[in-house]
Design a protein around this ligand. Structure first.
Ligand SMILES: [Ca+2]
Length: 137
């Protein structure tokens, strides 16, 4: 019998995912920071849906869906408040593009249900999408 493989066992409660170092890939924070090294040079979009509040969509954009068409396939991300006990997510939705450097994007907010064409978004940019319009890119 050879040496036992090294294992790292940590409690996953209280974990957070997000792009902690703004390099375009998702990282994990669970007691310690696990930085994702983008060894393959893949690209991603970062989109933050934000609602109007006061009788309109919620200001955190929860329930908003972002749909990007990448290499002929649709990729969907939905803004959620959190996942699991004591865990949370960044308000930025991360859509991996692989080797593509841009993608056509559509956004829908739960209150209106209207799918709005956000146009072709370029990888590496951070875009804030407010119920119906881009406010910062
Ligand atoms: Ca990162």
């Amino acid at each position: 019998m050879g040496p036992r493989p090294k294992r790292l066992v940590l409690n996953g409660w209280g974990s957070v995912t997000g792009d902690l170092d703004n390099d375009g890939d998702l990282d994990l924070l669970a007691r310690t920071a696990f930085r994702n090294r983008n060894r393959f040079g893949h690209y991603a979009l970062q989109i933050r849906p934000r609602g109007l509040g006061a009788g309109h969509s919620n200001t955190r954009g929860i329930g908003a869906r972002v749909i990007a068409k990448v290499a002929g396939k649709e990729r969907l991300q939905e803004r959620a408040g959190s996942h699991g006990t004591g865990s949370g997510d960044t308000p930025w939705l991360h859509i991996g593009l692989g080797r593509a450097t841009s993608a056509p994007v559509r956004v829908v907010f739960p209150t209106t249900g209207v799918l709005v064409d956000a146009g072709e978004l370029t990888a590496g940019r951070y875009t804030v999408w407010e119920d119906g319009r881009v406010v910062r890119t």
